[in-house]
Design a protein around this ligand. Structure first.
Ligand SMILES: [Zn+2]
Length: 434
């Protein structure tokens, strides 16, 4: 069956969305499911009220027939836990990469782009901020991210239950030593268990190198601290982070673009909670899946380690409490699915781009479906999904796609909208041809 013509779809506005499932109930069956980086097995996953209630074996027919429970046959697919993107600035999703590198540090970069690219920045600023934030959610959803840590104020739209991906809600933050104001005061305002996140050592010059020791003197390095980048860290700096049990998020493609240098994984590898982030498209490549491939190929990170860096490691660093990054009983029902090629979960992840992510479920509710998966969905699971054309493919998303596209095109021009560097446009003509 072909997807219905878009003209007949009930359009949604940004104010009337909901997560779609009435009770977050679903049964996933027929798929090979990841257990950890190198292990998988064929089993069913039952989700009730948004949480995984049962993993393994057969699912009883009575649970499938339960009111509101969606039965999804994913035979031929590999199911992975939803990915965690440990670092993003969601409001910049539609921007192009901006810079005239190489730079010595992030302050130089920031001043330079406001001098040289003021027109581009002003044009993108013409897209309303909430619309840009939704696009930030879409950029993450398309590549299988179900939880993202946004490094900026937690604007109201990001606190909504129906925002299309989970956004980490409990965190303290400062931009950085140079641009973050009174970091010690900000840190003290947060309960001590709350992660406190800062950019640090983002650069290759003496200023970037000095930052770690200045942060240490300030007294803001402890087991709740999460630093982002750490490019200028040396062995002594790493030892200091380890002794204070500080977590680190690396964003290699952003570092490569701005500074022509990569994090030194041979010395960073000993950090307990080492996570991977895909910084905003202002500096990073593509999306989190592009970042994973970049990290494996350019930074010599083993695929098993890369798998951990987008699942359990960021969940630990960011103190996520709902078993994010795993598929396990009592954990959140956040899953993604890609075609099963028989490879291990980690080796599969290494080979993926957003074109391969065909299914995303958050809290038991379908948030994304490819055209092939769409055909397998019951009508209640399709309800509320709108199609988007991106880079040659169509994805059905739980987002007010047409409204978001229209508002972006008003500021940027019809046919000129790019998301993480990829062209996006209405799926209308594609679906009419189908
Ligand atoms: Zn950043």
């Amino acid at each position: 069956m072909s997807p219905p013509a878009f003209a007949f779809m009930g359009r949604r506005s940004m104010s009337d969305l909901n997560r779609g499932s009435k009770n977050g109930g679903a049964v996933i069956r027929g798929a090979r499911c990841a257990q950890r980086a190198g292990e998988s097995a064929w089993y069913s996953i039952q989700i009730d009220s948004g949480r995984v209630s049962r993993v393994g074996g057969k699912v009883s027919p009575s649970s499938i027939s339960q009111a509101g429970c969606v039965d999804i046959d994913l035979t031929g697919y590999l199911v992975l836990p939803g990915l965690v993107n440990a670092h993003d600035h969601l409001q910049f999703a539609l921007y192009p990469r901006l810079g005239d590198p190489p730079y010595g540090n992030y302050v130089e970069w920031g001043e330079d782009i406001h001098r040289k690219f003021a027109g581009v920045i002003a044009m993108h600023h013409g897209v309303p901020k909430d619309v840009r934030l939704w696009w930030g959610g879409i950029r993450n959803l398309l590549c299988g991210v179900t939880t993202v840590c946004h490094h900026d104020p937690l604007w109201r739209v990001l606190q909504r239950e129906d925002f299309l991906v989970r956004v980490v809600q409990q965190y303290g933050w400062g931009h950085s030593l140079a641009l973050g104001g009174d970091l010690l005061k900000a840190r003290k305002l947060m309960p001590c268990e709350t992660p406190f996140i800062m950019h640090a050592c983002e650069g290759v010059d003496a200023r970037a190198e000095r930052e770690l020791h200045e942060l240490s003197r300030l007294g803001v390095l402890d087991a709740s601290t999460v630093l982002v980048h750490g490019l200028a860290l040396d062995k002594a700096g790493i030892d200091l982070l380890q002794s204070r049990r500080v977590s680190l998020i690396v964003c290699p493609s952003s570092n490569d673009f701005l500074f022509k240098q990569l994090p030194l994984m041979n010395i960073l590898g000993g950090i307990e909670n080492l996570a991977l982030g895909n910084d905003s498209p202002l500096t990073a490549e593509g999306d989190l899946l592009d970042e994973i491939r970049f990290a494996i190929r350019r930074c010599d990170i083993h695929p098993d380690r890369a798998y951990a860096m987008v699942t359990e490691a960021p969940a630990a660093a960011l103190r996520l409490r709902e078993r994010e990054g795993t598929i396990g009983e009592a954990g959140v029902g956040d899953l993604i699915a890609v075609r099963d090629t028989g490879r291990s979960p980690a080796d599969t992840l290494e080979s993926l781009s957003m074109h391969n992510v065909e299914f995303v479920m958050i809290g038991g509710c379908v948030q994304l479906a490819s055209e092939a998966v769409w055909e397998r969905l019951a009508s209640e699971a399709r309800d509320g999904l709108e199609p988007l054309w991106i880079d040659g493919i169509v994805r059905w998303l739980r987002a007010p796609v047409e409204e978001l596209l229209s508002q972006a095109e008003t500021a940027l021009g019809v046919g000129q909208v790019r998301l993480g560097g990829r062209a996006v446009r209405s799926a209308d003509s594609h679906l009419r041809e189908a």
